[in-house]
Design a protein around this ligand. Structure first.
Ligand code: ADP
Ligand code: ZN
Length: 445
């Protein structure tokens, strides 16, 4: 029996059977699915068969969920080495869709879907929307980019599954977006957190206030964003902001989402099995530790992944949530293991800097971080932020004052001196999709 479900917030659940399944039952389902996955991967993907042979294991060695630790990891490099179709477990004629990650350097990661995989995607995205209280009565304004990026079509299929009216606007053309938000009376927004702030800024420029919109909830993800950013977005757009997590390697959006309690993201672990490992050694860490998130896709057909190293840092929480879901929660992702900057020996996560910037009076929630090496071969970190129109009009003295304040507050947290540059209004590049905010120029030297 599940623990008391005395929820004080209205909670809607799409798939009660699985989302509130008793954990021992869930484990049985996971084990059964894991065994079948291992068989499929071993027999249909030469890459996995070779890895099993190197590790000296066969599918029959997986007898319990703990045995998952015997399986080899899969890394982003493995996927690149097998580009484009080497990881697929079914013949091409069964594959009905391909997607790809942005792959800013080198070849992208290719995701493949059978009909059943697309149905699964619709299911987990329907769970996602429902977690935010979305029903067939809602109108969904989907500003995630359509195309190879999984965001657009992932959000699309879930909205249709719950029966909401779906507006496939995609990213960009911000003024038109504001017009349609008003005219079509959307109640739900989907976009990257950074693009939602571009929309908020466009509203300001057009003299449209949040009271002119009907937005009630928004689903934001695809990039790290802080709690401060959440408050800012909620305040400016007049909605409740839900954090949503996913990645191309696992399915796209729809891997995990917060519930109305906003205390961690529930992972749909009947399909995506999570582990936390030490990012250095790969050893599994004790329950509750912060480490690197690893996923095994239990049910995907075209592109199954075993123990994929996401490089995302988080912690898993197995305690029952007040919403009634039994699915494990992961803490908000504040960065990737490879996002961490080492500045003169000090570990710095960009999110720690974002925490200081958002909400600071006089500046906009836009920033860029530059890391360089100076003539003494020491690391320098520059934080560029943008003055609000008000601060800009107050002149140099006021601007210098804000810069000093920000320098001090970053020093207090990180213990390092950074150079804060306050740029003129609207001079930091805005993004329609995922924002690029960190420029580590040391790597190219
Ligand atoms: P790429 O960024 O390579 O184009 P993806 O779209 O698959 O490919 O990106 C997935 C990554 O985006 C995740 O591994 C994670 O680092 C980041 N991400 C996705 N959603 C969130 C979120 N809600 N919070 C923080 N990071 C996120
Ligand atoms: Zn919950």
């Amino acid at each position: 029996m599940a623990v008391e479900l005395a929820s004080k917030k209205p909670v809607l659940i799409w798939n009660k059977t699985f989302e509130t399944m008793e954990r021992n039952e869930l484990k049985k389902v996971q084990l059964e699915r894991l065994k079948s996955l291992v068989e499929r991967a071993y027999h249909n993907v030469p890459f996995y068969r070779n890895k099993f042979q190197e590790a000296g294991i066969v599918p029959e060695d997986i007898k319990s969920l703990e045995d998952i630790h015997k399986l080899p990891f899969t890394s982003k490099y493995d996927l690149r080495d097998n580009y484009p179709f080497g990881m697929f477990a079914v013949p091409m004629e069964q594959i009905v869709r391909l997607h790809a990650s942005s792959g800013t350097t080198g070849k992208p990661v290719v995701g493949a879907y059978t009909r059943n995989d697309l149905a699964l995607w619709g299911e987990v995205m329907a769970r996602t929307y429902t977690s935010g209280g979305v029903t067939a009565k809602d109108v969904v304004h989907n500003a995630y980019g359509y195309g190879l990026f999984t965001g657009g079509l992932g959000f699309h299929c879930g909205a249709e599954r719950v029966g909401a009216t779906t507006i496939p606007i995609s990213g960009g053309q911000s003024e038109k977006q504001i017009m349609l938000l008003q005219d079509f009376e959307a109640t739900v927004l989907g976009s990257t957190p950074s693009y939602s702030l571009v929309l908020a800024e466009t509203m300001d420029q057009l003299g449209v206030s949040k009271g002119d919109l009907k937005l009630r909830v928004g689903f934001f993800g695809a990039e790290p964003w802080t709690e401060k950013m959440r408050v800012e977005i909620e305040e400016r757009l007049g909605l409740e902001a839900f954090d949503i997590y996913g990645l191309t390697e696992i399915i796209g959006p729809g891997v995990a989402v917060v519930c109305p309690y906003h205390d961690g993201l529930h992972i749909f672990e009947d399909h995506f099995y999570p582990e936390i490992v030490d990012p250095e050694t790969g050893e599994p860490l004790p329950e509750g530790s912060v480490g690197e998130l690893v996923f095994t896709s239990l049910t995907k057909e075209a592109f199954p992944v075993l123990r994929f190293r996401t490089r995302d840092r988080t912690r898993l929480m197995y305690e029952q949530c007040r919403c009634g879901r039994t699915m494990v929660r992961m803490e908000k992702i504040t960065g990737r293991t490879d996002d961490m900057l080492i500045i003169r020996g000090v570990n710095v996560f960009p999110s720690q800097i974002e925490e200081k910037i958002i909400g600071q009076e006089g500046i906009e929630p836009q920033y860029a971080i530059y890391v360089t090496t100076n003539e003494k071969r020491l690391d320098d970190l520059e934080v560029q932020v943008e003055a609000s129109d008000k601060l800009y009009n107050q002149g140099k003295e006021a601007i210098d004052g804000v810069a000093q304040k920000l320098t001090n507050s970053i020093f207090q947290t990180l213990g390092i001196n950074v150079k804060v540059t306050i740029k003129d209004p609207r001079t930091i590049a805005r993004s329609e999709g995922k924002a690029k905010r960190v420029f580590d120029l040391r790597k190219s030297e």
